[in-house]
Write a new protein. Structure first.
Length: 414
C-alpha cells in the first residue's frame, strides 16, 4: 500500500504525517543505537590500548569513509529506494554490533578487530546519511519540511547525549559483549518501524551514465544554483567558527577555566541542550526559502556575537552559557541549510547534492578545529576566538550585501 503525502499549505508540524511519526519513532531507536555503538567502540579502544593515539585513529577510521564514499552513495540514493537503503545500512550496523559481541565472547576482540569494525561502521554511515536525507522530503508536505528537519535534528542531538550515557550504564551493568548484543536489538526494533513505512519515491528507470558522470551532474546542479552555492558557503563559514568550537570543547574547557572531566561533561550537556533548542526553533518554521535563509544568516551573526563573550568568561557558568548559545546557533544553521537544499533540489539530484553538503559540513569543522587549535597554541584561545568571531561577523554582512539574497531566491522553483 502506498500513501500519498498531502501538500496543504496550512500544514506546519511534521507530526501531522502518520508516515513521519513512524519514521521519527524508528529514528529514535536507530540513532540511539548508533551513538551507543560508537561509544562502545571508542571505550573498547581505550580499554585495550590506554592510548589517545589509537582512540584518535579509530575515530578517523569511522570518519574517513564519509569523505570519500558519501558522493558515491549520494548517486546510489538517487537511483535506489532510499527506505530499503536505510534498512540495509542499519541492519548492517546491527551485524557489526553482533560481530563485536561474538568477538568479545570468544576473547578475540583485539585492536585489529576494532579498527576493522570502525572502518565498516564508517562505510555504513556514509551510505546511511544520503539515503536518510533523500527519504525525508517524501514523508511530509513541503511546508512541513523544516519541521521534519528540525525534529530529526532533535532526535540526533538527544541521542548524541543519551547514547554515551546509556552506553556507560550498560558497561557498568553487563559485560561489553552483552552491551553490543543489546545495541543490535535496538537496531532491530528501529528497523521494524522503517518496515511499516509505505511511501512512493519516484526513481529514474535509466541509469546508463557512470558513477563519475552522475557525480559530475550533481556538481553541475550546484554550479547552476546560486542558492545552493550560497548555502554551501554558509555551511563552510559555520564550520570554521561554531562547529570548530564544538570540536575543540575539551581543549577550550581546559585552557579557559582549567576544567576537568566533570566540567567537560557539564559543557557537553549544555551543548546538547542548545542543540535541542535550535532544533525546536527550526521545527516551528514553514518551508519558505526567504525565512530559512534569513534564519541561517541571523544564526551565523548570533554565533559570532556570542563567541565574543569569551573575553569575559571566567567560570563554568559563563562558558556554559556561551557554549549553549553557540550550539543552538550551530544547529539552526545546519538544519536551516539542509532544509534549504531539500526544498530547492529536484528529487533526481537530491542524494548527490546533499552528499556533497554532508562532506562539506563534516570536513570543514575538522580543518577549522586543526587551524584554530594550532594558532591557539601560539596566542591562546581568547585571541583566536575573538578574531574568528569578528571575521565571521564581517563575512556574514558581506555575503548578505554581495549575494543579493532577493535575486538569489528568484531562481528557486516554488
Amino acid at each position: 500500500m502506498q500513501r500519498s503525502i498531502e501538500s496543504r499549505s496550512s500544514c506546519r508540524s511534521a507530526f501531522s504525517s502518520r508516515i513521519f511519526c513512524l519514521y521519527f519513532g524508528g529514528s529514535a531507536f536507530l540513532t540511539l543505537a548508533t551513538w551507543i555503538t560508537r561509544f562502545l567502540i571508542g571505550w573498547s579502544t581505550w580499554d585495550l590500548t590506554q592510548s589517545p593515539l589509537w582512540v584518535g585513529a579509530v575515530s578517523a577510521a569511522m570518519l574517513l569513509p564519509t569523505f570519500f564514499l558519501s558522493p558515491v552513495f549520494g548517486v546510489l540514493a538517487d537511483r535506489l529506494d532510499p527506505r530499503k537503503g536505510m534498512l540495509v545500512a542499519y541492519l548492517s550496523e546491527a551485524v557489526i554490533s553482533i560481530s563485536a559481541a561474538v568477538a568479545n565472547f570468544q576473547g578475540v576482540f583485539s585492536l585489529n578487530w576494532i579498527l576493522c569494525l570502525a572502518f565498516m561502521l564508517g562505510v555504513v554511515s556514509a551510505a546511511q546519511h544520503p539515503m536518510r536525507l533523500v527519504l525525508l522530503p517524501h514523508l511530509v508536505a513541503r511546508p512541513s519540511l523544516p519541521s521534519a528537519v528540525g525534529l530529526a535534528s532533535i532526535t540526533y542531538n538527544l541521542s548524541r547525549i543519551v547514547g554515551p550515557a546509556l552506553g556507560a550504564w550498560l558497561l557498568l551493568s553487563v559485560s561489553t559483549a552483552a552491551a553490543f548484543l543489546l545495541v543490535s536489538a535496538l537496531f532491530g526494533v528501529g528497523s521494524l518501524f522503517l518496515l511499516r513505512i509505505r511511501v512512493h519515491v519516484p526513481r529514474s528507470q535509466h541509469h546508463a551514465e557512470s558513477i563519475l558522470t552522475a557525480m559530475s551532474q550533481g556538481l553541475v546542479v550546484i554550479r547552476n544554483s546560486p542558492l545552493i552555492r550560497l548555502v554551501l558557503i554558509l555551511t563552510m563559514v559555520d564550520g570554521m567558527i561554531g562547529r570548530s568550537i564544538m570540536e575543540l570543547l575539551p581543549a577550550i574547557s581546559g585552557r579557559l577555566i582549567n576544567g576537568d572531566a566533570s566540567t567537560l561533561a557539564s559543557l557537553s550537556a549544555l551543548a546538547g541542550l542548545g542543540s535541542v533548542l535550535g532544533g525546536v526553533i527550526v521545527s516551528r518554521m514553514r518551508g519558505r526559502e526567504r525565512t530559512l535563509l534569513q534564519l541561517v544568516f541571523a544564526s551565523l551573526l548570533l554565533s559570532s556575537v556570542v563567541v565574543l563573550m569569551v573575553a569575559w568568561v571566567r567560570d563554568l557558568a559563563g562558558l556554559g552559557l556561551m557554549i549553549m548559545l553557540v550550539s543552538m546557533a550551530v544547529t539552526m544553521i545546519g538544519t536551516g541549510c539542509q532544509a534549504l537544499i531539500q526544498v530547492c533540489v529536484a528529487d533526481a539530484y537530491r542524494g548527490r547534492v546533499l552528499s556533497i553538503w554532508t562532506v562539506v559540513s563534516l570536513g570543514v569543522p575538522a580543518l577549522g578545529a586543526f587551524f584554530m587549535g594550532s594558532v591557539a597554541e601560539l596566542v591562546g584561545f581568547v585571541v583566536v576566538l575573538i578574531a574568528c568571531a569578528l571575521a565571521t561577523a564581517a563575512l556574514v554582512v558581506l555575503l548578505w550585501q554581495r549575494c543579493q539574497v532577493a535575486a538569489v531566491l528568484k531562481g528557486v522553483t516554488a
